[in-house]
Ligand binder design. Sequence first.
Ligand SMILES: [Zn+2]
Length: 165
Amino acid sequence: MNEKDIEIINNLHYELEQNIDNGKGPFLAAIYDEGGNLLSKAQNSVIKDNCSMCHAEVNAIMQAQKELRTYDLSPYNATIYVTAEPCMMCLGAILWSGIKRICFSVSSETVEKITGFDEGYKPDWINQFKKRGIAVRPYVLSKAGERVLNLYMKKNGTIYSPNRD
Ligand SMILES: [Zn+2]
């Protein structure tokens, strides 16, 4: 049990709650290097940036790579912390980024149940990532994460899914 993981996810939940209170998006991601130094932190900015790809994970990866002037984060042995299980698109982005470890809170199944977002088709992804040398620690403080997502719904947060009718 890595206590640092719990501390970071707990802090992200706290910050996310503040964001939601301020009318911002319902997801947060942060990237830390091996030594526990923060490389980047970003929130979902789909609505603000009018860009369906601006999920928290993608924003955090772009920020870290730009800051460090590299397209490959592997020398940093970085972990990405996310308040919810990454969607299909973000898993692809993480795979290409050189990040070595994923630690997340709420499961996609729960995100879909609470918000109605479609997280995509991701069969056996945790094992597929492990095979590629990317470790995964799922469901850290997931009950607390659910509570924050419920808060977003209660505040009438926008569900920005595309219309597939
Ligand atoms: Zn995503």
